[in-house]
Write a protein that binds this ligand. Structure first.
Ligand code: UDB
Ligand code: ZN
Length: 184
């Protein structure tokens, strides 16, 4: 089981590397790593387990955050209507995105970043993501709202990109043109 000890923190060079594609069909080893990413986010949202193991409650996790430089992500999050988006994907890819942007009014954080870094993080409002699930089946998901933000944040980790790279350092709360504000 993964815990916070397994999650590398900001400043670790692996967080700035581009992760490699997973060779499919995935090995048992890679499947086991991907399962552990999903298990972390699920366990971390369980109040008893998070307390017992000191897990910071997360809604997404990418393999580079546990120092595995392979293209694997897990997301476990509900949208504003309460529908659950629970996915563990190999080689996720944004196939298309809206012109319109979106941002969380409270900004973003990261399980790999211990400090609070304020500011708006511009994302695409809607994305279509393709990937392969644990059974090797190709998955295509249309996303908006918080789930769209989470997938973009996790896929960025596969490319060595951190959320604060997008924050305007001279004006962190600068108005983002053509963007939907997502309150949380
Ligand atoms: C998170 N959680 O898991 F809008 F109910 C963050 C942490 C870093 C604060 C734990 C989070 O944003 N929860 C949340 C957000 C809402 C509504 C709600 C719960 N991540 C995952 C991460 O670091 N993955 O690499 C950071 C998120 C920031 C935006 C998307 C992912
Ligand atoms: Zn993150």
């Amino acid at each position: 089981m993964l815990t916070m000890k397994d999650i590398i923190r900001d400043g670790h060079p692996s967080l700035r590397q581009v992760a490699s594609e997973v060779v499919l069909p995935a090995s048992e080893e890679d499947k086991s790593i991907l399962k552990s990413l999903l298990e972390y986010v699920i366990n971390s949202q369980d109040s008893e387990l998070s307390l017992q193991y000191g897990l910071r409650p997360g809604i997404g996790l990418a393999a580079p955050q546990i120092n595995v430089l392979k293209r694997m992500i897990a997301v476990h999050v509900k949208n504003e209507q309460g529908q659950l988006y629970s996915y563990a994907l190999f080689n996720p890819k944004i196939m298309s995105h809206s012109v319109e942007k979106a941002y969380l009014t409270s900004g973003e954080g990261c399980l790999s970043v211990d400090e609070n870094i304020p500011g708006y993080v511009p994302r695409y409002a809607r994305v279509t993501v393709k990937g392969f699930d644990l059974e090797g089946k190709e998955i295509k998901i249309r996303l908006k709202g918080l789930p769209a933000i989470v997938f973009q944040h996790e896929i960025d980790h596969l490319n060595g990109i951190m959320f604060y790279d997008y924050i305007d350092s001279s004006n962190p709360y600068k108005k983002i043109d053509n963007a939907i504000a997502i309150e949380r």
